[in-house]
Design a binder for this molecule. Structure first.
Ligand code: PLP
Length: 381
C-alpha cells in the first residue's frame, strides 16, 4: 500500500523537475568545480547558476550564499564560526530551536560562553520581554528560528534582530522550515546570517546554505582547500547544489499558489481535529501554512503515529519522541504545555501533492484510531 505522506517538515519528495536538473551532473558532467579544464568549468557554471537561484529566492547577492551539506551544517558553521571570531560572552538562542542550533550553542559553554535560552510564550512565539532582559548581559550571538519545525509558528525575527543589533550581537535565523512556504527576505529580516536547506523544499538531501551578511566575521569549521570563499572546504556536491538551485526556482514560481491551497487543507483538517476534541498547539499564532501540531489527552503520540502508519498515513510524533529520548518535546515544554499533553503530540505537515480527499481520509482514519486507543485504555484502567 502506498502511504499518504503528511510529514513534509521531516523531508519532501524530490520534485521531478529538480531531478531532471540534477541528472546531467550525475551522468556525463562529472567535473570537479575547482578544476581549470572544460569539465571543471561546466561544473563551476552549474554551481554558480545555482548560487544565483538560491540568492534570488531570499533576495541577496550570489556571493552571500555559502553552500554546505544542509541545515545542520549551516547552523553549526554560524554558531561555531562566529564564536571563534569573538571573545566569549553570552550566546542567546530561543528555547524552541532545533537541536542543530541548541547543541552547538550548548557546546560553546565549554569554551567560556554563557548559554541563555530565550523564553517562548504559550502561543509558541519568543517573548520580546525576555529577549530584552537577556540582552542586558554582554552578548555575542543571538539565534531565533524563523518558523518552528514542530508547531510551524512564525517568529518575529526582524524585531529580535533589531534588538540584537542594538546590543552589538551577531543575529542568525534558521529559516529551514520557512523557506518555500512563506516569503523569506534576508535584508527585511535584518539578520547577519540565515540557514536554508534543500531537502525541505523538494530538493535533494545533502545540500544547504548559510546566507551571510558580508560584514559578518566567520571562521570555517571545516578546513581544507578553501572552497566557498574559504568558509567551507570540500569538493562541491555539484548534482545536489544544481538540484538545490532548481528547487529554489520552483519554490519562487509556485509559492503564491501553493501556500493558500495548503492553508485551506489545513483549515479543513483542524476543523475535523476540533470536532474530535484535539488540542492544537500554536493555533492562534501566525504559522507556516502546511503544519498542524496536535494532541489527544490520554493518547501517546508515538502510539497514535504507529496506528496511523498501519492505516497508511505518514505523520510524526513530537520531535524528541522520535529519537531514543523518550522525553516530551522541548518546544512544547517551553510553551508551558503539561508533559502529559505534550507526550500526545503528533505533527501533520502537508506538501504540494496532498489533496482534500487525502485529508478527509486521514480524518476518518484518525477518528477510528483515537476511538480504538481510547477503548483499549478504558479496558486497562
Ligand atoms: N533546522 C530546522 C528548523 C529543521 O527542521 C531541520 C531539519 O529537520 C534542520 C535545521 C536540519 O536541516 P538538515 O536536515 O538539512 O540538516
Amino acid at each position: 500500500m502506498e502511504h499518504v505522506y503528511f510529514d513534509h517538515n521531516a523531508t519532501t519528495p524530490l520534485d521531478e523537475r529538480v531531478f531532471e536538473a540534477m541528472v546531467p551532473y550525475l551522468r556525463g558532467r562529472y567535473g570537479n568545480a575547482s578544476s581549470r579544464h572544460e569539465p571543471g568549468t561546466v561544473a563551476r557554471k552549474a554551481v554558480n547558476a545555482a548560487r544565483e537561484q538560491v540568492a534570488a529566492l531570499v533576495n541577496v547577492q550570489p556571493s552571500q550564499v555559502i553552500f554546505v551539506s544542509g541545515g545542520t551544517e549551516a547552523n553549526n558553521l554560524f554558531i561555531g564560526g562566529a564564536a571563534s571570531c569573538l571573545k566569549p560572552a553570552q550566546v542567546a538562542v530561543s528555547a524552541i530551536e532545533h537541536p542543530c542550533v541548541a547543541r552547538p550553542a550548548q557546546e560553546l559553554a565549554r569554551h567560556g560562553w554563557k548559554l541563555r535560552k530565550l523564553a517562548a510564550g504559550r502561543d509558541g512565539q519568543v517573548e520580546f520581554a525576555d529577549v530584552d532582559e537577556a540582552l542586558k548581559a554582554p552578548t555575542g550571538i543571538v539565534s531565533v528560528m524563523l518558523a518552528n519545525n514542530e508547531t510551524g509558528v512564525i517568529q518575529d525575527v526582524a524585531a529580535v534582530a533589531e534588538r540584537a543589533r542594538r546590543a552589538k550581537a551577531w543575529m542568525h535565523t534558521d529559516a529551514v522550515q520557512a523557506l518555500g512556504k512563506v516569503p523569506v527576505d534576508f535584508a527585511a529580516l535584518g539578520v547577519h546570517a540565515m540557514t536554508v536547506s534543500a531537502h525541505k523544499i523538494y530538493g535533494p538531501k545533502g545540500a544547504g546554505a548559510l546566507i551571510v551578511d558580508k560584514r559578518l566575521e566567520l571562521r570555517p569549521i571545516i578546513h581544507g582547500g578553501g572552497h566557498e570563499q574559504g568558509l567551507r572546504s570540500g569538493t562541491e556536491n555539484v548534482p545536489a547544489i544544481a538540484g538545490f538551485g532548481a528547487a529554489c526556482e520552483l519554490a519562487a514560481a509556485r509559492m503564491g499558489g501553493l501556500a493558500p491551497r495548503l492553508e485551506k487543507l489545513r483549515a479543513r483538517l483542524e476543523e475535523g481535529l476540533h470536532g474530535l476534541g484535539a488540542a492544537i498547539f500554536g493555533e492562534r499564532a501566525p504559522r507556516i501554512p502546511n503544519t498542524s501540531y496536535f494532541a489527544f489527552k490520554g493518547i501517546e503520540g508515538e502510539t497514535l503515529v504507529i496506528e496511523l502508519d498501519r492505516a497508511g498515513f505518514a505523520v510524526a510524533p513530537g520531535a524528541a519522541c522520535s529519537s531514543a529520548n523518550p522525553e516530551p518535546s522541548a518546544t512544547l515544554i517551553a510553551m508551558s504545555v503539561a508533559p502529559e499533553i505534550a507526550r500526545g503530540a503528533v505533527r501533520f505537515s502537508l506538501g504540494a501533492a496532498n489533496t482534500q480527499e487525502q485529508v478527509d481520509d486521514f480524518l476518518k482514519a484518525l477518528k477510528a484510531a483515537v476511538a480504538r486507543l481510547r477503548s483499549m485504555t478504558a479496558v486497562v484502567v
